[in-house]
Design a protein. Structure first.
Length: 308
């Protein structure tokens, strides 16, 4: 099988090409536009329209996309009938978040239908390798006026118990497009409480002194981009099912080796599964096509999972 990667000039695209090239029976190529020899296309580029997606479907290629842009996602989902007519899959939100976060949320809702809410958390490592632009985008997200910072229940890794962490609301597009979004809460933060509180302080600076906020965030992003080049980038995705009184019914925590690497592995595995045949066709979120166990047990994704 042959899979093309659009936007491979970036870090994520490079990670996807690398993962696919070591997968048995897969040839990965970096491309600017799809060609007739491809079986699937993975897009990691920040596109502004779905011209490439439509063209890829026209060539008979499955399409996998990891964007978080709500407008682009909406346009992709509008290609549902086009994909069905071609007997193809256009899988949007097929990364770590969105993607795995939605799969984990759906699993707990199915296991505990009495849940009033499922909270999915993305706990990022303070030693992560995010670059300057990624750090700036994350700081802007977490310091926005509508981003609530509060104590939340948190599932402990490799334990049945839960603890409590101060985390931020997470404006993930799954809250817009998933049919169970009314029962889904998405939160995020870092594994260092002091850093989380510092970000909360930046939110206050942003409101009263925007110029000072810009200076501080640029300095932080520049410093982080230069630091921790060899650091581990472990990231945790956890979920807790809550009853109407906020009591925890169950929880699960996945520990992963990295943000970029896991996103690349999820997109790569999804493309391979689509080529080999999925029971669902059309355009939609990752959860419409595969189950959580199928994804986590896939040989491309499994090496990135540090716990079960």
């Amino acid at each position: 099988m042959k899979i093309g990667v659009v936007g491979a000039r970036g870090r994520l695209g490079s990670a996807i090409v690398g993962i696919l090239q070591v997968a048995e029976g897969v040839e990965a190529v970096a491309i600017d536009t799809p060609d007739a020899d491809l079986n699937a296309v993975i897009n990691t580029a920040p596109l502004t329209d779905v011209h490439l997606h439509r063209e890829a479907l026209g060539y008979g290629c499955h399409v996998v996309d990891v964007t978080i842009n709500p407008d682009l996602i909406r346009s992709m989902l509008a290609l549902d009938e086009v994909a069905r007519q071609q007997n193809l899959c256009l899988i949007a939100m097929a990364g770590l978040a969105p993607g795995l976060t939605g799969l984990l949320g759906r699993e707990l809702l199915q296991e505990y239908p009495q849940s009033s809410c499922v909270q999915v958390s993305l706990l990022q490592s303070v030693s992560g390798k995010s670059g300057k632009q990624g750090t700036l985008e994350m700081l802007d997200l977490l310091t926005s006026p509508d981003c609530k910072f509060a104590k939340r229940p948190y599932p402990e890794s490799q334990k049945s118990q839960t603890s409590c962490r101060e985390l931020f609301d997470f404006a993930n597009p799954e809250l817009v497009f998933l049919p169970f979004a009314d029962k889904l809460r998405l939160v995020t933060g870092f594994d260092n409480d002091n850093l989380n509180r510092m970000i909360r302080g930046l939110a206050w600076v942003r409101q009263i002194f925007p110029a000072g906020y810009s200076f501080l965030t640029r300095a932080i992003a520049q410093s982080k981009a230069k630091a921790n080049k060899a650091a581990a980038e472990v990231i945790e995705v956890g979920a807790v099912a809550l009853d109407q009184d906020g009591n925890v019914l169950a929880g699960r925590c996945l520990k992963l080796d990295s943000d970029y690497g896991t996103t690349a592995a999820i997109a790569s595995a999804t493309a391979v599964l689509a080529i080999r045949g999925l029971p669902t066709l059309g355009a939609g979120h990752l959860n419409q096509f595969i189950t959580l166990d199928t994804l986590l047990n896939h040989p491309i994704v499994k090496p990135h999972l540090l716990n079960g």
